[in-house]
Design a protein around this ligand. Sequence first.
Ligand code: FAE
Length: 548
Amino acid sequence: MSDNALPRNGSNGFSRRGFLARTGSILGAVALSAQVLPAHAAHASAAGAAIDNGAHVPVLVIGTGYGGSVAALRLAQAGVNVHMVEMGMAWDTPGSDGKIFAHTTNPDYRSYWLRTRTKAPLSNFLGFPIDKNVPKYTGILDAEEMGGIIVYQGRGVGGGSLVNGGMAVTPKRQNFSSVLPSVNADEMYATYYPRANAGLGVGLIDPAWFDTVDCYQYARVGRKHAQRSGFPFVFVPDVYDWDYMKQEVAGTVPKSAVSGEILYGNNYGKKSLQQTYIASAKATGRVSISPLHQVTSVAPAPGGGYTVSLNQLNTDGTVSASKSVTADRVFFAAGSVGTSKLLVKLKATGVLPNLNNEIGKGWGDNGNVMCGRANHMWDATGKVQASIPCGGIDNWDAGGAFAEVAPLPTGIETYASFYLSITNNPHRAEFSWNAAAGKVDLNWQTAWKQASIDMAKTIFDKINRKEGTIYRTDLFGLNKIWGDHLTYHPLGGAVLNKATDNYGRLHGYTGLYVIDGALIPGNTSVNPFVTITALAERNIEKIIATDL
Ligand code: FAE
């Protein structure tokens, strides 16, 4: 979810009746049935014509998340025609309920990437499991199980911006040298972070409004507890349209954040990449997009450039057509996991043998770990909670943790405070080719999260001691305090200045580039997409100036 995750039910929050119905069904009184797919596949519509078999394009971008969208826009503005290939759907057509995206509380066929059962990040509520059966569909959120960790990723035109909470955080300047050691910080903070923030449409909540509005009571409780224990509480910028949220509260526009939409898409209010970089890229007339096309191979073409193999997907995940196209240049922007998996496979299977031995290395989870605290009755967190977090607790320098105060918008008063911490976890994993299974593995160990738990505890043990409160044990299973099984923030696998040069040019192959979260060595000290965007802005500027 935002960088949060909530079990809820009913389009206007987790109603008491809905909650009872759900727990009843979980207890066996009523079986949860799979929803039925609409007769005709909504959402499969393409943003323009799909690429033809045999086509040649000057630039092909694999993936439509942050890195890919920056590359497409800036190349197009420089006069280069770009084709973007995206394995997920276009997400531009309403379903039979009139909405493009399913509600958080009522996941349906739109919600998960080719799963038959939901895999909510926060799997339990009051100890009861909340997952349910859904039809297999090319839905918006991928809960990709990579050995010791579940990596949540957005699927569709806009990548992670479709599902995330929009928290748009620039790392503190003094931490930047550990985030991207080979990058000039002066340039980033003077030019590329401001450019990224402008391009993304980042804004800050009005602090006076924050102090009064019901839907941020949970965050005010979070602030009070942080400050009473001596921790700084900082407002966190977001790409959500704050004026729109005020109108939601006033009841003058359809509700999204205030009704708890998040994780499976926001129907209103959030400036995803579809509304920002991708809209600008399309407006140049030089960018076209093929949704439901998955890249399977990139190989040197006999006459120069690269041959790119694609599978066109049906909405049940089956392949409707295999295509082969050529491109003079290829940008890998399939996200940390997507780019790493492609490159590791292509190197190991001899398709791109000259890639260097750094491919697949330096992967981290941005130290993500979740927890909840049980408050006293006098510290109610509110029935209505805006799904967009707006503040965090900063104990990075002293304890290695930055904790978002996240919503738990169940629609009932839970007296719970919920947090997603980003921690300075030192562990890095490596992707490798598993020839027997024909797939790429990641050697992350669940036990490595203990470092993150210890860092998060520097905040929450102290708050619990001060407030006389305890951890919630009902959110991630029975008697389980820590959500240590997942990440929302995969980073690394083709690290800048190691697998690539200092601007993302892959070693070994002229005209192949990495331009997404795979470049960042495992941690950004805050939520990552502003840094991914700013780094892409920096790199594409250099590439346009020198390579084209
Ligand atoms: P990404 O946005 O993942 O885009 C990659 C795209 O490539 C995807 O659309 C894929 O479907 C596509 N793709 C992959 N493989 C292929 C292939 N073989 N062929 C064709 N297409 C392919 O990459 N970050 C923040 O900064 N703030 C937040 O509040 C926040 N909240 C989050 C909440 C959730 C639930 C999740 C899952 C993530 C959140 N993130 C947040 C993380 C953020 O969305 C993520 O770091 C970026 O989206 C990564 O950007 P990339 O450009 O690397």
